[in-house]
Design a protein around this ligand. Structure first.
Ligand code: NAD
Length: 338
């Protein structure tokens, strides 16, 4: 049973902690919270709470929330830390993990150089095998890598051109915008193209990202020049073999991100999450060496199964197929989604 600590319990941390806690071969020893807010109160019912350092202890005791210790104490009891702190904080935490001899996973907000390998289960599971520091790529890069890795393996990829329509912020965040504006990434490519190469290898890729006022999902319009000719039905059939990709259709009511997330709520999963990448069937177009499709990404949860798999790869607990299957079974991924 791999003993794991989760440092940072926000959008990603709380989901990763839940996913680890329901696996058979790993467990959460504790989570690190900075403030005694409502999330800490609810989390303390399920997990032991730790604080980054002693300066945060008083706030918690004043609020009546029991704290088990500091991050240093948590590290003494764990074999791995999954760092889910805000962008940039992971880099500050790295020396601490090194000092305590702990292996760690970082998230996509950190630079690729923070880790020995960047991770996506479909694209490069084995590259993290035995590594001490691994970075799970961002929600957008995970979405692109998920659908492109099978295409690369089957048809080969000459070039990718991706337009990313990005959600402005997450559901629980009322401090960020835009509220009434559309904000493009200025300059080509956006950071997503180089990030994709960290898991898919040195493919020719360009990307642009456009932020819009929604909190629900990202949408990607992807154009691929394949090495070998592909048909739309051939690509849809190929994706059927990959549980973390689902095909949705406007014909049965799923024509927008709102309806896809409504489907996720109906499925009744933890936090109403949709771990899979949803590709609109009608959007898949192939002619000669050109393939186009449009996909939606639940930014809060698509990286969650990847974090679990990254732990198994790092600690050489299971090979790719076994890990994906174990993670999917526990999270309910791959059940027939209508
Ligand atoms: P978040 O702000 O929702 O959560 C971060 C949590 O860490 C907060 O609870 C914050 O209070 C806490 N924190 C702050 N400083 C800390 C410290 N020093 N020690 C411990 N905890 C601390 O952020 P998030 O959206 O969960 O993002 C975490 C990482 O995951 C980032 O690298 C981000 O880029 C990446 N990511 C985010 C998303 C997304 O859509 N939200 C998707 C994929 C990857």
């Amino acid at each position: 049973m791999l003993k794991v600590g989760v440092n940072g319990y926000g959008t990603i941390g709380r989901r990763v902690a839940h996913a680890i806690s329901i696996q058979d071969d790993m467990k959460v020893v504790g989570i690190v919270k900075t403030r005694p807010d409502y999330i800490s109160k609810i989390a303390s019912r399920e997990f032991s709470l730790y604080v980054p350092d002693e300066s945060a202890l008083k706030n918690f005791t004043d609020s009546g929330i029991r704290v088990a210790g500091t991050l240093a104490n948590l590290m003494d009891e764990t074999e791995a830390i999954v760092d889910c702190t805000p962008e940039g904080q992971g880099e500050e935490n790295l020396p601490l993990y090194r000092k305590h001899g702990k292996r760690a996973i970082f998230q996509g907000g950190e630079e690729a150089a923070i880790a020995e390998a960047s991770f996506n289960a479909y694209a490069n599971y084995d590259e993290s095998s035995g590594k001490n520091f691994v970075r799970v790529v961002s929600c957008n890069t995970t979405g692109l890598a998920r659908t492109l890795a099978p295409v690369k393996d089957k048809f080969g990829i000459r070039r990718v051109n991706a337009t990313l329509i990005r959600r402005a912020t997450d559901q629980n965040d009322s401090s960020k915008g835009p509220i009434n504006a559309i904000e493009p990434s200025l300059g080509f490519p956006s950071h997503h193209a180089p990030d994709l190469k960290t898991v898919l290898g040195n493919i020719d890729v360009d990307s642009v990202a456009i932020k819009v006022p929604t909190t629900l999902m990202h949408v990607h319009s992807v154009e691929v020049t394949t090495k070998n000719e592909a048909s739309a039905s051939g690509v849809l059939d190929l994706w059927k073999n990959y549980s973390r990709i689902i095909a949705v259709s406007g014909k049965d009511g799923r024509k927008s991100t709102a309806q896809i997330m409504d489907m996720a709520r109906e499925l009744g999963r933890n936090r109403s999450d949709l771990y899979e990448i949803a590709v609109w069937k009608e959007s898949v177009y192939a002619a000669g060496n050109t393939l186009r499709y449009i996909q939606a990404i639940h930014q809060e949860s698509d990286v969650v199964p990847e974090n679990v798999d990254a732990l198994r790869s790092m600690f050489e607990i299971a090979d790719r197929e076994k890990s994906i299957s174990a993670t999917d079974t526990k999270l309910g991924i791959g059940k027939e989604l209508i």
